[in-house]
Design a protein around this ligand. Structure first.
Ligand code: TLP
Length: 361
């Protein structure tokens, strides 16, 4: 783990003569010229008063695209997830999610500090939970057991390598959970990547969930923002908790203007990132000491095990960063390559050359 005074290995400065290839995350993209123009020209108002026309348009479009009653703009995916958890649960309850899930590992234990809940994690092959596993972890209806309050799924599953829930598996979980009175939240930070991989609209693959969070600032390329989508009543409650968390913004239409372009136009190009990720994975798999589970590379994330190279994940990341390739860390000696709109095939080739060169030496 890294302290605040210690730089993360993936943040190391590049000494390569080439511009860095940044595959740490799809969060690193810069807004397109069209987004910047729209931000410059955005019509704005005070969103805490509900008076920002661009925010209102973005929320309405998100609700329409997901086939739901309402949506709310939030600054980050983490805030969207945590607001949903707060609404669905009561203090003292448990949340079931996959062991490598973002809400459990990367949201600063906010589900404990803000909602008073614990996680009941389950490890699932490829990050894809099945109802058979979940049902065994639901607390019995006994007064001395913390009760299960929520099931949360992640689609795509980030740290499992961008894996996609087969629609029938997710629907089975929702159906069975609802039958025992449990809500199901979707951490859909990259749900448009999932929809692209499945060749289905997001409205179809999310229709059984009680709430959905999705990010504009991952593969869709917006500089800031996520949306929480659900029923009118749910979103009315979310507005209250967004304010409680300090997420009530004012002339945020500046951000929503870029978000609208991300939402309307960027899903259509995600297949390019998926093709680049598959290309990277297939080439990395040929290199000595690097283990890649090729079938798990379904979207824009490639998680590989570098322990066979004799280097730790941290060392591997540092060594490639010195040659201008920035990649991210995963669990243990796993490292993560994420493709996005600011890296093309040539940049992927260059990234591969850096890894090949490192392993040659
Ligand atoms: N993920 C980030 C890091 O925090 C790991 C990344 O680079 O992938 N859900 C999922 C599945 C996510 O991957 C992320 C961000 C979030 C939620 C939170 O989004 P933000 O960063 O907007 O709070």
């Amino acid at each position: 783990m890294y302290s605040s005074t210690q730089p993360r290995p993936e943040a190391a400065a590049s000494v390569s003569p080439f511009p860095a290839v940044d595959l740490r995350s799809d969060t690193v993209t810069r807004p397109t010229p069209e987004m910047r123009k729209a931000m410059f020209e955005a019509e704005v108002g005070d969103d805490v008063y509900g008076e920002d026309p661009t925010i209102n348009r973005l929320e309405q479009r998100a609700a329409e695209i997901f086939g739901r009653e309402a949506a709310i703009f939030v600054p980050t995916g983490s805030m969207g997830n945590q607001i949903a958890i707060k609404i669905h649960t009561r203090p003292g309850q448990e949340i079931i999610c996959e062991e490598r899930g973002h809400i459990f590992n990367y949201e600063m234990a906010t589900l404990a500090s803000f909602s008073g809940c614990l996680v009941r994690p389950i490890y699932a092959e490829g990050g894809i939970l099945r109802w058979e596993q979940i049902k065994k972890k639901i607390a019995g209806k006994t007064y001395y057991l913390a009760q299960t309050g929520l099931i949360s799924l992640e689609n795509t599953h980030n740290m499992a390598g961008g894996t996609v829930y087969p629609t029938e598996v997710a629907e089975d979980i929702c159906e069975e959970a609802h039958a025992v009175g449990l809500p199901v939240h979707l951490d859909g930070a990259r749900v448009f990547n999932a929809a692209t991989a499945l060749g289905k609209p997001v409205s179809e693959i999310t229709k059984m969930f009680d709430s959905i969070m999705f990010c504009l600032s991952k593969g869709l390329g917006a500089p800031v923002g996520s949306l929480l989508v659900g029923s009118r009543d749910f979103i009315d409650q979310a507005r209250k908790y967004r304010k409680a968390l300090g997420g009530g913004m004012r002339q945020a239409g500046i951000l929503a203007a870029a978000g609208l372009i991300a939402l309307e136009k960027m899903p259509a190009r995600l297949h390019e990132d998926h093709a680049n990720a598959k290309f990277l994975a297939s080439q990395l798999a040929k290199l000595p000491g690097i283990a890649v589970d090729l079938p798990s590379v379904q979207t824009n994330i490639v998680v590989v095990d570098v322990s066979g190279t004799g280097m730790s994940g941290v060392d591997f990341i540092r060594r490639v960063s010195e040659q201008g390739l920035l990649i991210g860390s995963g669990f243990g000696d796993m490292v993560r390559f994420v493709t996005h709109m600011d890296v093309n095939r040539a940049a992927c080739e260059r990234a591969l050359e850096v890894v090949r060169e490192l392993l040659r030496n």
